[in-house]
Write a protein that binds this ligand. Structure first.
Ligand SMILES: [Zn+2]
Length: 460
């Protein structure tokens, strides 16, 4: 496989952890084994042969374990650093190791690792098996790269440790528990019973899934003085025929339209929540069109085009599916977290342009790392943490993100924050936990001037 020139240039630049143009022009980094070219660079990575190997794209190209430099794990090359004149030569193939995580290379090699929903399994990923999902390894490579550049005489500062942005996101899977006669029939037949369904349907008790006013109140009041920018996104479904797409709500139903109007009256963005069935093909142009038309003509969110995307069930099955998203005009994907384990699926806490691992080309699609989803923490088949452990785990992910100037993206469902009226198995601490998370974010020191003294946190 040939890694295209602009993909390599992007990779090397991303590895530095720096994005100031002026600073980036003060040094040169090479990726070459040609000795006569070494003097052109301040820092040279010696290629391990990963990209040209006959094993490329096969399971045999994935090492069993990690090697380390100064406690930072990497995958390809050797843990050896030497000097040639003024140039630092690094035999650890950090570009290949970073590519492994950022492009989701592992997922094209191990197509056999998928769960019943067709998703790659976090616990079986290489980082997951070695307990490294809570560390943004690619960002840690930046510590080494900047240190080596300084040893080559370059005046490279550490980037400020600050959260660049907080994305507060909600997937609208089931806006209401029981707002239609069909839902009453469903609950009577195999749910909470006719009496409870009728009480909700008639408005005698509040619909337990209708937690939106509570969400807006808690988020807007607790994050009012946040020291970094934040944005709420609602990912809305606009189709889907699979049983896992139930309940099939219609955007034009009066209660849904009223709810979306209420949501739109706040400072939110809308994105497409690609359905379970559309994920078979990556995404659906029809769903995108339906949502855009609805927002434009029914909600009067004038000229609204959908650029933001997350797949239902985090069902991003194959890395190649990203190509379809890009073709649809999606610019930003927010699916990249493992459902079964919260952490850094992309090996980074910073948004990154996707490099297609099958073609070696840089695309225009931005992948935003999903830091944590509520269900990953709670559900029995996922992490199944108690409140205290869930708090500690999230704090670790947030602190590690701030350390490297990344983005925090949280995904909470209106249906996990059930009101007390719901007579079913809900997580009893769901609401207090969410407010704790919001308060934790609101109290984060930004920037954190002591960050280098703090070790990276991996509480589990
Ligand atoms: Zn969903």
């Amino acid at each position: 496989m040939v890694l295209h020139e602009n993909a390599l240039a992007y990779l090397l630049r991303f590895l530095t952890g720096l994005d100031e143009e002026a600073l980036l022009r003060t040094f040169r980094i090479g990726y070459t084994a040609e000795e006569e070219k070494f003097a052109h660079y301040d820092l040279v990575f010696i290629p391990s042969g990963f990209f040209e190997s006959e094993h490329y794209g096969k399971p045999s190209s994935i090492p069993e374990t990690f090697q380390e430099i100064d406690g930072i794990p990497f995958l390809y090359g050797k843990p050896l650093v030497e000097r040639r004149g003024d140039t630092v030569l690094v035999h650890a193939d950090l570009p290949a190791s970073a590519f492994f995580f950022l492009s989701r290379y592992e997922e094209i090699c191990r197509r056999d690792i998928r769960d019943k929903h067709g998703r790659f399994i976090g616990r079986e990923s290489l980082a997951g098996r070695h307990g490294l999902l809570c560390r943004p390894l690619v960002d840690e490579y930046g510590i080494l790269v900047r240190r080596w550049l300084r040893s080559a005489g370059k005046d490279i500062p550490e980037p400020e440790a600050k959260v660049a942005k907080l994305w507060v996101t909600h997937d609208l899977d089931a806006p209401f528990f029981c707002k239609s006669l069909r839902a009453v029939a469903r609950e009577t037949w195999r749910g909470k019973g006719l009496l409870y369904a009728l009480k909700v349907f008639s408005g005698k008790i509040q619909d337990p899934y209708d937690t939106f006013s509570w969400l807006f109140h808690e988020e807007e009041s607790r994050l009012a003085n946040l020291s970094f920018p934040w944005q709420t996104i609602y990912f809305v479904k606009a189709g889907g025929k699979h049983p896992h797409d139930r309940p099939h709500y219609r955007l034009h139903a009066r209660c849904v339209k009223t709810l979306l109007r209420q949501i739109a009256s706040h400072k939110v963005l809308f994105g497409l929540h690609g359905s379970y069935s559309a994920a078979e093909n990556g995404a659906s142009a029809l769903e995108k069109k339906v949502l855009e038309t609805f927002l434009k003509y029914r909600l009067s969110v004038g000229g609204h085009k959908i650029f933001l995307f997350r797949s239902h069930y985090l069902r991003s099955r194959e890395p190649e599916d990203f190509r379809k998203l890009e073709k649809l005009g999606i610019t930003d994907d927010f699916t990249m977290g493992f459902a079964d384990m919260a952490g850094f699926r992309l090996g980074t806490c910073r948004p990154v342009l996707w490099i297609d691992p099958a073609r070696g080309v840089l695309t225009g699609l931005v992948l935003h790392p999903l830091t944590v989803m509520d269900n990953s923490l709670y559900q029995k088949e996922y992490m199944y943490l108690n409140e205290e452990k869930a708090q500690a785990y999230c704090a670790g992910l947030f602190e590690n993100t701030r350390r490297f100037g990344g983005e925090i993206c949280i995904l909470w469902h209106n249906t996990t924050l059930l009101g007390n009226a719901y007579p079913g198995p809900a997580v009893p601490w769901a609401r207090s936990f969410y407010t704790h998370i919001l308060d934790y974010l609101a109290n984060m020191k930004n920037p954190d001037t002591d960050s280098e003294k703090h070790p990276l946190r991996c509480p589990l």
